[in-house]
Design a protein around this ligand. Structure first.
Ligand SMILES: *Cc1c(COP(=O)(O)O)cnc(C)c1O
Length: 400
C-alpha cells in the first residue's frame, strides 16, 4: 500500500462518495471462512438477505443480486426489459446519468437525452415537467422506458422520483420507469413500490457500507412482463433463471459469498437502527458539511436546497484553483481522499462524501483537512468551516 509510506499511523480518511468507509463489524463478517454456495447454510443466507433487501428497497417483489459493480446492474436493467432499437428517454442530471446514457447507446438502444439548459445543467434534479411534455408528444408510445438517477453522485443533487412517476402517469404513457439509486439506497429515502418504479438499480459500496462487488435490480411485475418480450441479448444478466433459482436462496452461478456475509451484516445494522434513523443521520451530516462550505464562502454545486444530497456535497472551487491539485495536496499532507470532479466538472469541484462508517468527529476532521488544504493553496476563505461545523454539530441533539 503506497500511502503507508507517507502515513504510517491512524486511519486513512476515505471521504469520497463511494466506496464508503466500511464498518469494522462488516469487515469482520466478510473475513469468515467461505462456505459451499450450494450447501444448506448458503440457501438460508440467500433467503435472509433477499428478505432484508426487500425492506430496504421498500418492495414486496424480488430483488436480484449480481456479483458485479453498479454498472452491471445498469446493463441488467436495460437488457432484461428492452429490445434492439427501442427508444428510451434519459434525463442527464450529471456524469452518472451521462454514463448510463452511453451504456444504453452502446447496447443498441435509441437513447434520447433531456437536460436543463445552460448553467443549470448538472446543478438541478430531473425536471418532471420536461418528462411529461416529451411523453405527451409520443402518442404512438415509441418510448419504452424513462431512465433517471435518484442521487446523482457526480453533483450531490437528488431527484424527486415520485414526481417522475406522476409525470409518466399524467401523460398516460406506458413507458417503464428505471431508476438508478446506486448511491442513494440506505442513505436517502427510497420507495420502490410506492413510487411505482419498474426497475431499481443499486450497488453495495455506497449507502450499504460494503466494499464494491455486489449490485441489485429490484423489479416490478410490469418489468418482469416486459422481460418476457425483450430481445436484447442476455445470459449472465438474465432475470428468468435467477428469479427461478433465487426462490430457494441459491444462484445460477457463484455468488459473492463473503460479500453476502457482509451484506447480511449491513442489513442487520441498517434495519436494526431503522431506516428513518439512518436517513436522518445522513441528512444531519450533510447539513453539518454544508454549514462548513457556506462558512468558507464557496458555492455548493446543487443549486436547489430542496434537492441537497444527504450522501455527498459537491464544492465548487474558485477560479484559478485546480480542485484536483487541492485534492492531491490534501491526500499527501493529511491522508484524506476527497471525490474528484467528474466529466465536465473535472478540476472545478471536489466532493465530500458523508456516508458509510463516519460520525460527527470524523467529518469535522475531514473538514479540517479541506480547510488546511484550501489555506495552503492560498484560497481566500470567508471564515472557518470547521468552526461552523462544530457549532452545528454541538448545537444539535446527539445523533438519534
Ligand atoms: C457509483 C455509481 C455508479 C457506478 O457504479 P459502479 O459500481 O462504479 O459500476 C452509477 N451510478 C451512480 C449514481 C453511482 O453513484
Amino acid at each position: 500500500m503506497l500511502h503507508l509510506d507517507f502515513h504510517p499511523t491512524g486511519r486513512h480518511f476515505l471521504q469520497i462518495p463511494g466506496p464508503s468507509p466500511v464498518p469494522d463489524r462488516i469487515l469482520r463478517a466478510i473475513s469468515l471462512p467461505t462456505i459451499d454456495h450450494r450447501g444448506p447454510e448458503f440457501g438460508a443466507l440467500g433467503l435472509k438477505v433477499m428478505a432484508d433487501l426487500q425492506k430496504i428497497f421498500k418492495t414486496t417483489r424480488p430483488v436480484l443480486i449480481y456479483p458485479a459493480s453498479g454498472t452491471g446492474a445498469w446493463e441488467a436493467a436495460l437488457v432484461n426489459t428492452l429490445s434492439a432499437g427501442d427508444q428510451v428517454l434519459m434525463f442527464e442530471t450529471g456524469h452518472f446519468a451521462a454514463l448510463w446514457h452511453k451504456l444504453a447507446t452502446r447496447l443498441g438502444l435509441s437513447a434520447e437525452r433531456l437536460a436543463w439548459p445552460g448553467a443549470s445543467a448538472w446543478r438541478q434534479g430531473v425536471d418532471a415537467s420536461m418528462v411529461s411534455q416529451r411523453l405527451a408528444a409520443d402518442p404512438g408510445h415509441q418510448i419504452k422506458a424513462v431512465c433517471v438517477v435518484h442521487n446523482e453522485t457526480s453533483t450531490g443533487v437528488t431527484s424527486d422520483i415520485a414526481a417522475v412517476r406522476r409525470a409518466i402517469d399524467s401523460a398516460a404513457h406506458p413507458a417503464l420507469l428505471l431508476v438508478d439509486t446506486i448511491s442513494g439506497l440506505a442513505a436517502a429515502d427510497y420507495r420502490h413500490d410506492e413510487w411505482g418504479v419498474d426497475v431499481t438499480v443499486s450497488g453495495s459500496q455506497k449507502g450499504l457500507m460494503l466494499p464494491p462487488g455486489i449490485a441489485f435490480n429490484a423489479v416490478s411485475p410490469k418489468a418482469i412482463e416486459a422481460s418476457k418480450k425483450s430481445t436484447l441479448p442476455k445470459s449472465f444478466w438474465a432475470w428468468d433463471e435467477m428469479l427461478e433459482i433465487n426462490r430457494s436462496g441459491y444462484f445460477p452461478y457463484t455468488p459473492n459469498t463473503n460479500l453476502m456475509y457482509g451484506l447480511s451484516e449491513a442489513c442487520d445494522m441498517i434495519l436494526g437502527q431503522g431506516l428513518d434513523r439512518v436517513f436522518r443521520r445522513h441528512q444531519r451530516w450533510g447539513e453539518g458539511v454544508r454549514a462548513a462550505v457556506r462558512a468558507w464562502g464557496l458555492p455548493i454545486q446543487c443549486a436547489d436546497p430542496a434537492l441537497y444530497s444527504p450522501v455527498l456535497t459537491g464544492v465548487m472551487t474558485p477560479e484559478g484553483l485546480d480542485a484536483d491539485a487541492l485534492r492531491r495536496l490534501i491526500y499527501e499532507r493529511f491522508d484524506c481522499s476527497l471525490g474528484t470532479g467528474l466529466g465536465q466538472l473535472k478540476g472545478r469541484m471536489f466532493r465530500i462524501g458523508h456516508l458509510g462508517d463516519c460520525n460527527d468527529l470524523t467529518l469535522i476532521a475531514a473538514l479540517s483537512a479541506c480547510e488546511m488544504g484550501l489555506k495552503l493553496c492560498g484560497t481566500p476563505l470567508a471564515g472557518s468551516g470547521v468552526q461552523a461545523a462544530m457549532d452545528f454539530f454541538a448545537g444539535q441533539q446527539a445523533p438519534a
